[in-house]
Design a protein around this ligand. Structure first.
Ligand SMILES: [Fe+2]
Length: 334
């Protein structure tokens, strides 16, 4: 079903000199902008930035395809035109390499593993409203970046589930253990434990040094936020990503629950049942768009409206990422 939009695709196409299609069909990126004339990405962005931001606010995801964008530096400049100054990737959960200023490889997580749906930094008191991805090298096999409209998720969840999360929020427990995932020095980008402790205290994160390099932290944040521009309520947290049931059974056998790298509960510490998680699994199965990369694709997401993940892949696959527009969690979003 095509949705009524406030901006007409035909009108915009002729104003901006490119093909614009707007769709709400499952399996199609909501806004796809294509050009077959290899239009210079940066110059075009300057001309189109207001319209792109308007489309993004309405639809949550915009794909630019076929533009002339020369690697990380152009990606950085073009993103800045649309989205303002990029942010440094702090308080990390994902192994990433910086490739240019604040442009990073999207993740160097093992390629045979799925990365579950999440909104970037939604476990962190300071988060980015915008995120973009750029395809430098497409994967040979699979390696899609699945995306999904979390505003639809908000409408899909049962009242009981929403009420429970609204009431209790989400508790996050994270362990950094030597040899498992990122070490604390990478996460906090310092070698100084005093600085880590200070950062944690300032952010109301409880911490415990179990051993020299084993740090366990826990904190609670709301599960729902209001979008800072549209003011609509959005599902914005990392609950699903960290739920125990999504772990490989071998990992669960290896670790005691208290030592899992990243695990989530209701804010009061109680278990989130598998039945609740099944609602999310059903939604993601039905509504996820398995976005397949083509070289030089530029995908812009409103991080509070669209979640993303990563399918396992083969081949080189280099997807770059960049973030902007920092916001603070509203800790009492009633
Ligand atoms: Fe991510």
């Amino acid at each position: 079903m095509e949705k009524e939009t406030t901006i007409s695709a035909e009108e915009l196409s002729s104003t901006l000199g490119v093909d614009i299609s707007i769709s709400t069909k499952t399996g199609v990126c909501p806004v796809i902008i294509t050009t077959d004339t290899k239009e210079n990405g940066i110059e075009w962005a300057k001309k189109a930035k207001d319209e792109i931001n308007e489309l993004l606010l309405e639809h949550g995801a915009v794909l630019l395809r076929g533009f002339d964008i020369k690697g990380a530096s152009d990606f950085n400049t073009m993103f800045k035109v649309f989205a303002g100054d990029p942010l440094e990737y702090k308080n990390r959960t994902s192994p990433r390499d910086k490739v240019y200023e604040n442009v990073y490889t999207s993740t160097s997580h093992p390629k045979d593993q799925e990365i579950h749906m999440h909104t970037e930094n939604s476990y962190s008191k300071t988060f980015n409203r915008l995120i973009a991805f750029f395809c430098l090298v497409p994967p040979d096999v699979r390696g899609e970046t699945p995306i999904v409209d979390e505003r639809k998720l908000f409408k899909y969840l049962t009242k009981e589930t929403l009420d429970a999360f609204r009431e209790r929020g989400v508790k996050y427990v994270r362990n950094t253990i030597p040899g498992v995932g990122l070490d604390w020095k990478t996460i906090y980008q310092t070698e100084d434990k005093t600085k880590v402790n200070k950062y944690l205290e300032e952010n109301d994160i409880a911490y415990e040094w179990i051993g020299d390099d084993h740090l366990r932290i826990q904190w609670v944040l709301p599960a729902i936020q209001r979008h800072p521009i549209t003011n609509e309520e959005v599902w914005f947290n990392h609950m699903y990503f960290g739920h125990k049931s999504l772990y490989d059974p071998m990992v669960l056998e290896f670790f005691e629950e208290k030592d899992l790298p990243f695990v989530t509960y209701f804010g009061d510490g109680s278990e989130i049942t598998d039945e609740v998680i099944q609602e999310f699994k059903d939604f993601y199965k039905e509504h996820t768009i398995d976005f397949s990369w083509q070289k030089d694709d530029f995908l812009l997401l409103d991080n509070m409206m669209f979640a993303h993940g990563r399918r396992p892949f083969d081949g080189k696959r280099t997807i770059l990422t960049i973030m902007s527009q920092p916001h603070q969690f509203d800790l009492d979003p009633k």
